[in-house]
Design a protein around this ligand. Sequence first.
Ligand code: PLP
Length: 951
Amino acid sequence: MVPVDPCGRPARPLGAAVTRSFADRHIGPDRSELDTMLPVVGVGSLDELAAAALPATILDGSGLAALPPAATEHEVLAELAGLAHANTVATSMIGLGYYDTLTPPVLVRNLLENPAWYTAYTPYQPEISQGRLEALLNFQTMVSDLTGMDVANASMLDEATAAAEAMTLLRRAGRSKSARLVIDTDLFPQTKTVLYTRAEPLGIEIVEAELADGGLPDGEFFGVLVQTPGASGRVVDWTAVIAAAHERGALVAVGADLLAMTLITPPGEQGADVCFGTTQRFGVPLGFGGPHAGYLAVRQAHARQLPGRLVGVSVDADGDVAYRLALQTREQHIRREKATSNICTAQVLLAIVAAMYASYHGADGLRAIARRVHGHAAAIASGLGEAVRHDNFFDTVLVQVPGVAEAVVAKAKSRGINLRLVDADHVGVACDEATTAAHVAAVLESFGATVPSGPPEAGAVVETRTSEFLTHPAFTRYHTETAMLRYLRSLSDKDIALDRSMIPLGSCTMKLNATAEMEAITWPGFARVHPYAPVDDAPGLLKVIADLENWLSAITGYDSVSLQPNAGSQGEYAGLLAIRRYHLDRGDAHRDTCLIPSSAHGTNAASAAMAGLRVEVVKCRDNGDVDLDDLRAKIADHADRLACIMITYPSTHGVYEHEVAELCALVHEAGGQVYVDGANLNALVGLARPGKFGGDVSHLNLHKTFCIPHGGGGPGVGPVAVRAHLAPYLPGDPLERDSHAVSAAKYGSASILPITWAYIRMMGADGLRRASLSAIASANYIARRLDEHFPVLYTGENGMVAHECILDLREITKQTGVTVDDVAKRLADYGFHAPTMSFPVAGTLMVEPTESENLAELDDFIDAMIAIRKEIDQVGTGVWPAEDNPLRGAPHTAACLVGEWDHPYSRETAVYPRGLGHARAKVWPAVRRIDGAYGDRNLVCSCPPLDAYTE
Ligand SMILES: *Cc1c(COP(=O)(O)O)cnc(C)c1O
């Protein structure tokens, strides 16, 4: 018999040269480690594991044959270099909210390309996330300072979705009963498209009007959306329009360019209620559309209405200043379909780049950049004279060239410059930080004009801003490279990211983000292409996109894929919209009900509400599975109104439900569609395909299964995949009004797609399948080893879990008073990031190891959990009081080693729970346990003054 390895492949003969593939480096457990793990799980091979864990009815490894064979890191980097090279990196002067920018190299290498920053997760464990929380607080302070508003959140997905969130915020926060929204015609076209997409299912009627000259239209409306500078580049003071809108009972949101705000009166000082926009031009590369951080800022009165994440200031157990997510942390999980928005993953990494760009340049530096940009625009305007349409502009001029706009754009193109073709008679020219005098001259030549001698005519834009901004030390201390370098290092040292420990967050799939996958994203061929550049500028990017669409279709078994959604939540929204429009087109307008199991991720319900669907909850059985009897009853109750069911597979309970095919059939028979939330695809790749076992549509999270790093809470990519009958309803080009686009850029966060491309290319079919099985093996290994200490809540038919397991602490808490919080915080003392807490079941921890952790790391985590269980027993038996023990006191800082100590456990137990000299590198949490409620009562969401730290 030929000896076979755990995957059933012929084992290498002894002594053969060992060539390790990328998959061998991506996957933690090697053959010999699997030999230790699989017997614990009770199977002999990975194939046996697949047969034992997954229902036979869905097992299907056929899709992967369509993938190219695995390549090595260096082969893939060479291929990507070729694709990057195929793109034309033109000088982008198209504008429309996307501007070239000069990212300071200190930020490229030490932030954007630094795993200590990009491999972190959303800071739900604030004690080990103080670095990125401080950076996000700087972001919020920067945005509120520049816009003149009181409170800003910690990023939106892009400007257009930020505008859409502003729209719904105005409706929630205002008192008007009207369903009409007035928008100015000079909003960016992509912003308008996304507003139209979002407004329709919510029954919001949009009225477009020229507000700057014409004033507000007749009739009632709940809100007004304007922008400055406008798409035409025109700068408008909206004070009078805002006052008139307020008088008529409406609230006003203003889109504002942050660089312009350094020179002109910000919307907050003009009376705006809400401000929205993008921070892209603060050091974040164009990236063919993303990712970049959008922003949303409001007056204090509306702070509790802000969607997404909000970082706030609070105190820790020692009374020291500490940061954490405020108010609506995981709001969707609590409020579900009543949540303010479905935003979960945001754009943290890019928000931090923008904030650091502001810290590095400071107020004076930003003002100087703004003046230079404006000076170039003014030079172009004075060279073109009468042809320029507006007197008041910042960086963009709209030029009237009757009948020859195309010719002008073509001439500029031949000089390596992309201008904006507005229509046959108009050209837009946008200047940015990268614009030079040579560009100005080339632009003027393209118009047949010459550079004017002498300085440009003064007064194109009056510097109307009188208020100070960015005066906090966060923006005055780090103007030298040495200071910035050390600031970045000191912040990231406070956090646990994947570069320090495994992050076993269930449902989040914190796997390796390989360096070879990350390399390409900052290459100019991918990073410096404008999203609205001519298509022939981007053949390499379009190849990456087309390959990915094909590969993801093959992996999921669907027919079409759109890469446009900027996060999982946006993929859900796009997928549900597709279902809704499908029913509408078939004359089934009454199908408006979305069934969602009680175990679902909160974004599901929030997305359904945004898509205009009514949510009906389907019960789960005691074993965690969807209750098919309840499902039958719900289908009968809502028969005519059934639009769809939205399930997660494998379920958020971490098991493969064996009745999934039957469940899908029940819904289909009743005329409904099946949405399969694909966030858990890491348990399916190469093993089963949702498009083949009953799904009509799924979203995937490339930032979970497909190696895009979480960036501390974003970026993400949430492609939506559909069967052929739904393909006509996928989101289209945001520059086309009726395209139902959900993001500002056609391909969403295009510049990070090479990460997923490289992952699939390097893994190949066999590697991907082995990754899924290794992830399942690791989860089952942990479940088996920890079960006697912390009971595993749900298992499938053979006692197997999928790629994650839920540890039930409820009984332990009842008996000892020790909570999941205590265990999560204590894990930091042991050097680990906590698992997911209290989702999807309160009082539990959900552990997902992924395939990337080797046996040593898995065992170390298990040992830490067992040691913690012993500590819990000491509380249970009264050795330590319930109110004063190492768990309740966790986490412990270095400061615990000095000063007074009056606890019943030793300092050694506090900070070196497993004894001195343990091989694991010591993590020192920056703060003690944080008092979240205090911060919510005393909401502070911008940088506190320095004396707050010394009180
Ligand atoms: C992560 C997750 C989502 C949301 O994805 P985001 O990218 O954070 O918006 C939805 N459903 C499930 C099951 C998830 O785990």
